[in-house]
Design a binder for this molecule. Sequence first.
Ligand code: TRP
Length: 390
Amino acid sequence: MKIVSGMRPTGKLHLGHYLGVIKNWLDYQNSNECMFFVADWHALTNKYTDTKELQQNIIELVKDWFACGIDPNKSTVFVQSAVKEHSELALLLGMITPKSWLELNPSYKDLKFNLFFQYVRDFIYGKGLKISEDVIRDIVHKAFYHKKDIDFEGLEEDLLKIGLDSENIKEIIFNIKDGEIGKEIDTFGFFGYPVLMAADILIYKAEGVPVGEDQLPHIEITRELARRFNRFYGEVFLEPKAILTQTPKILGIDGRKMSKSYNNAIYLSESKEEVSKKVMSMKTDPQRIKKTDPGRPEICNVFTYHNIFTDRGVVSQIDSKCRQAQIGCVECKKILAESLNSFLEPIREKRENISDSQVKDILLEGNRKAREKAVKTMEEVRKAMNLWQE
Ligand code: TRP
C-alpha cells in the first residue's frame, strides 16, 4: 500500500509521539511504500511570527525519526516546503473547496478553544491565583462549547465562584470579545490548513494515511476533494483511507495527557539521569500512602508504563507484589527507570551518531525522490484542468 504521513516540526519527540505515531510508521515501512515528511508549512499555519527555530526543528525532528529506526533506504523522507508542487496543488484545490467545508471543520474550533483556555489560564496565574489547570479548562470549555456563541454570563459566574474578582473577569471577557484572543489563527493560511493537507496526500496518490483521531476530519475533506476534482476534470486522484491504529495511550508523569505545554513529557533524546529523575517523580495510586498499603496497579500510571516497557514476567511480579504491599513505589519506579532507559539507550546512541549534515544530505535525496513523483502528478493535474502548457 502507498502510505503518506507527515508531522509538524514543533520540537523534540516524546514517548507519546513514539507510541502514537513512530511505532506505526516503523511497522508500515517494512511492507509498504512509505513517504514520511516534515510538514513545515503546516507549522506556519499557527506559529508564523517566530520562525527562528524552524530549520533546526526540522533537523531535530528527522534525527528523532532516524534514531527510532525510520530508514531512508526503505522510506522516502522529505520536507514539505522543498517540494513546491504541494503549494501549487493546494492553490488549485482551493479553487474547488467550498468555504463551508472548512468552517465546519471541528479542529478549527478546538484550536480556538485552546487559545482561549491558555489565555484565561495565564491571566489567572499572572494574578498569582492558585487554581488547578483542569478546573480552569473545564470552566472555559463549558462556556466555549455552549451553543454557537461563547456563554459569557456562565463564564463570569464560574470565574467568580473560583475566586476571581469582577474587575479581572471584566478584563478577561473584554479581551475575548475584542477578538484579541485567538486572532493569530484567524488567517487565510490557517483556514486553508485542510486544503494544504489534502494536497500533501493527493499529490502522491496515497492509499493510506496513518493519522491520529484529531486528524480524521482533514482526511474526510481530502477524500471529498479527490472526488470533487475527479468529477469536474476526470480521474486523476485516488481516495485515500485514514489508518487509525490502536496505540497504547501513555500519560505524562503527572497523569495528564503527555504534552510539551504541560511540562510532563519524557523525551526520546533525554539523558539517562533525566529519565530516572522524571520517573521517580511520577504520580502513583493516591490511596497508597504507606508501603504497607496494598496498591492498585490498574489505576497507577507507573504500572501502565511497566505494561509497555517492562518484560512480561517482571510486570506480573510487580502486579502481585504491589497488591500485597510487598513492593514499594520507589522500588517499582527504579525498575521502570531501568526498563525505560534500556528502551531509550539505543535511540539515544543512534541519535548522537547522526550529524546535521548527514540529515541534510539524506533529505536532499528524499526531496528529490518526492519531487519526481509530485511533478508527474502535477502534469496530469494541469492537463486535466486545461491549464496553460508551454
Ligand atoms: N496535520 C498533521 C498533524 O498536525 C500533519 C500533516 C500535514 C499530515 N500534512 C499531512 C499528516 C498529510 C498526514 C498526511 O499531525
